[in-house]
Design a protein around this ligand. Structure first.
Ligand code: XIL
Length: 348
């Protein structure tokens, strides 16, 4: 192929820009997201990145006013042996939150994953495990009393068909492990807000009804669950606006606070080879706008906030966990704002 001078130059320039590491920012990175929002804007954070990646640290502190502990409060990290609790990293995080005026959301006291071996392989009587559950919940909630604003007390306890997942806690204690966990958490800190957290509740009305029934049942027995965490690990255009609105309004009707607790938007759920990132990023921003517009319909007193599950695409759990190329967050891998970030600045 014979390329004339100007055409060759144009091609070189295009190649340089498409391969260059730092994509040009699509909007200025100035401003403060949370100051523009009527509700808290959060991120899941990780102390290693906070301590070692300066851009991450700057954005996590500068743009977000709520942090969720991505992994450090999960039982395998926080309670690795029956008599060992790891407080150091979470205490340091709580200190930073206090220093920078950031709300701290604890994630998570009970889950079927991220469990230490001594729980996974748990043996013993129901009474013994009730006591273990009590100690686990009361020790952790008590330790962070006054420093953690809210907890995901129980995470992902339901199957997709609305039955209870047969987690190790259920096997050892019985169905009432959930009720007990909320009751112990409340005893340990009467002022902390308690959440039940799960996924697919927007797209699966059967699962949602089961969760909603549980929360109402606990309430009728005097155990107040303050809110629902909707994880929202979503993909482009699913769930749709009417599914989200139905879900948000059902929980709001019973006055549960609504936390979009782990938001990320996959642009490549089917693991394809991505050829046109720019248009996917535009679609991602458009879909985020739908999510925000639906959330803005929730009564202000029930908007607990929107938490993104990470800061930049370099920190997202999705590529590693699902072994695929993906770009689910507000900043690109070099911490440059993406169209989704620019959209937020416009509509919050
Ligand atoms: C993920 C973390 O982001 C990863 O770093 C970890 O390897 C696995 O867990 N639902 C949850 C979160 O409630 O705790 C999960 O976090 C993502 C799915």
């Amino acid at each position: 192929m014979n390329l004339s001078g100007p055409l060759y130059f144009l091609l070189l320039t295009l190649t340089f820009f498409s391969c260059s590491k730092n994509a040009p920012s699509v909007c200025p990175a100035d401003g403060v997201l949370y100051q523009q929002a009527a509700f808290p804007i959060g991120a899941a954070v990780n102390p290693i990145r906070l301590n070692h990646v300066s851009e991450y640290n700057r954005i996590a502190k500068g743009q977000f006013n709520s942090w969720t502990t991505e992994n450090i409060m999960k039982p395998e990290n926080m309670h690795p042996e029956p008599d060992v609790y790891n407080w150091i990293e979470a205490d340091a995080l709580a200190d930073s939150c206090r220093q920078y005026g950031i709300r701290l959301h604890g994630h998570t006291l009970l889950w079927h994953q991220a469990l230490p071996d001594w729980i996974v392989n748990g043996r013993g009587t129901r009474a013994e495990w009730r006591q273990i559950l009590k100690d686990h919940v009361r020790t952790i909630v008590g330790h962070f009393k006054g420093r953690v604003a809210s907890w995901d007390v129980v995470n992902e306890a339901f199957n997709e068909d609305g039955t209870l997942r047969n987690s190790i806690w259920r096997q050892l204690i019985g169905d009432d492990y959930i009720e007990l966990a909320f009751a112990y958490a409340r005893e340990a800190d009467p002022n902390v807000l308690l959440f039940y957290n799960d996924y697919n509740l927007e797209s699966n009305p059967q699962k949602r009804a089961a969760v909603h029934d549980l929360l109402n049942r606990l309430r009728s027995r005097g155990i107040q669950v303050d809110g629902i965490g909707l994880q929202m690990h979503v993909r482009l255009h699913e769930p749709n606006a009417s599914e989200m609105t139905a879900c948000f309004s059902e929980f709001a009707a019973d006055h549960y606070k609504i936390h979009l607790s782990e938001l990320d938007i996959s642009v490549n759920p089917l693991s394809k080879v991505i050829s046109d990132k720019a248009s996917l990023f535009t679609e991602q921003a458009q879909y985020l706008e739908q999510i925000i517009r639906c959330y803005q319909q929730v009564p202000a007193a029930l908007q607990y906030g929107i938490t993104f599950w990470g800061v930049s695409d370099a920190d997202s759990w999705i590529p590693a966990f699902y072994n695929r190329e993906d770009y689910p967050l507000l900043y690109d891998q070099q911490y440059v704002p993406k169209p989704a970030y620019c959209l937020l600045k416009k509509i919050l």
